[in-house]
Design a protein around this ligand. Structure first.
Ligand code: GDP
Ligand code: ZN
Length: 307
C-alpha cells in the first residue's frame, strides 16, 4: 500500500492512503537515514511512502520512502546545527503579499524567490487585499506584477475577503501540492480558509489521531482541498534556510541574471564592479529592474556577514 504523509510529528505520522483515501497512523520500521542531509526528522509532509497494515484498524508501518522530487528545510532558530525537513514533493510555492496594510518589501519577495529557485520549486506571487487598493495602489500593483511576470513568475491579484480572484487561484491548485507562505498579516490564514473547504472538520479529523495529553511537535500540516490536491500552510519563510550559497551562485537564482552569466568577461564575476560585466550593463540599460539588482546586492552582503 502507498500513501502520502499529511502530518509529521516527532514520533508518528499520519498517512493518507493512495488506494482508497483512508487515514493511517504510522510509525517507521527500523532506522531511516536521509543520505547526505543533516536533518532531525526522517519524514516530512508530502513524502510518498510504502506501508504495511499493523494490528489496529487505522495503524500501519512505513517500510519505505520514495525518492523526493524536492524539499524545503528549516533551520532551528535556537539550536545552531538543527534543521528539519518542512515538506517535500512540492509543485508550487505561493507567496502571499500585500501592497497596503502591510506593504511587502521587494527584499522580502526576492528572498523568497531566490529560496524557491534554490530548492527548484516553481514560485507564484499572490497579491492579496486588492479590495483595499485605491487607483494609485492598483497601478503600482500592475507595475510590480509586470516586473515579476517578465522574469517568469506568475502573479495573481485577489481578495481573500471578497473572494475576487479566488476561482483563478483554485484552478491553479487542482491536482498539485502547493505551499503557502507569507508575512504575518497579509491574509494567508483567511486565504487558506477560503481555499480549503471544511477546513475545521478536516483539522478535527486529523487531530483525532493525536494522543491526548502527550506533547508532540508538529512540523507542518498538509490539507486536502480535494483528492490529489494538497495545500501546505507554513508560517514565515524567514527561517526557511536560504540554502547555503557561494557568492558566485547567488546570480544563478535570479533568472534574468542567469540568462547573462556566460556573457560576463570573468567567469567568477559577482556583478559588483568588474569590467565587462553583462549584468551591470543590463541594469544600466533597464533590462534588469533596479530593485531586483538591489535585492541581489543585499543577498551578497548577507553571505559576507555569514563568513
Ligand atoms: P495572516 O497573518 O497572514 O494569516 O493574516 P490573516 O488571515 O489573519 O489576516 C490578517 C487581517 O487581514 C485580518 O484582519 C483579515 O480579516 C484581513 N484580511 C485578510 N484578507 C483580506 C482581504 O483580502 N481584504 C481585506 N480588506 N482584509 C483582509
Ligand atoms: Zn558580471
Amino acid at each position: 500500500m502507498t500513501g502520502i504523509v499529511i502530518k509529521s510529528t516527532g514520533s508518528w505520522y499520519l498517512v493518507r492512503s493512495l488506494q482508497g483515501g483512508q487515514l493511517y497512523k504510522c510509525r517507521l520500521r527500523g532506522k531511516f537515514k536521509n543520505k547526505g542531509l543533516k536533518v532531525s526528522n526522517p519524514l516530512a509532509v508530502g513524502d510518498e511512502v510504502t506501508m504495511e497494515l499493523e494490528g489496529g484498524e487505522h495503524q500501519a508501518v512505513i517500510t519505505e520512502i520514495k525518492p523526493r522530487r524536492n524539499y524545503i528545510i528549516r533551520k532551528s532558530t535556537h539550536k545552531a546545527h538543527h534543521a528539519h525537513i518542512v515538506a517535500s514533493n512540492l509543485d508550487v510555492a505561493y507567496l502571499v503579499v500585500t501592497l497596503v496594510s502591510p506593504r511587502t518589501s521587494f527584499g522580502f519577495i526576492d528572498r523568497f524567490l531566490v529560496t524557491a529557485e534554490a530548492y527548484q520549486i516553481p514560485a507564484t506571487l499572490l497579491f492579496n487585499k486588492i479590495d483595499l487598493y485605491d487607483e494609485e495602489a492598483l497601478a503600482y500593483m500592475n507595475q510590480v506584477m509586470g516586473l515579476y511576470e517578465r522574469i517568469g513568475y506568475p502573479c495573481l491579484p485577489l481578495s481573500a475577503q471578497t473572494g475576487e480572484g479566488l476561482p483563478e487561484v483554485q484552478k491553479l491548485l487542482t491536482g498539485k501540492t502547493s505551499l503557502f507562505t507569507g508575512h504575518s498579516g497579509v491574509g494567508k490564514s483567511t486565504l487558506v480558509n477560503a481555499l480549503v473547504p471544511d477546513l475545521a472538520i478536516k483539522t478535527q479529523e486529523i487531530s483525532s489521531f493525536s494522543d491526548k495529553g502527550v506533547h508532540t511537535t508538529t512540523f507542518a500540516e498538509m490539507f486536502e482541498v480535494e483528492p490529489g490536491t494538497y495545500l501546505i500552510d507554513t508560517p514565515g519563510i524567514k527561517e526557511l534556510g536560504v540554502v547555503e550559497m557561494k557568492k558566485e551562485e547567488i546570480g544563478h537564482y535570479f533568472p534574468e541574471m542567469r540568462a547573462l552569466l556566460n556573457k560576463c568577461r570573468f567567469n567568477n564575476c559577482i556583478h559588483i564592479n568588474e569590467p565587462g560585466c553583462a549584468v551591470q550593463e543590463a541594469v544600466k540599460k533597464g533590462k534588469i529592474a533596479l530593485p531586483r539588482y538591489e535585492s541581489y546586492l543585499s543577498l551578497l552582503q548577507d553571505e559576507d556577514s555569514h563568513r
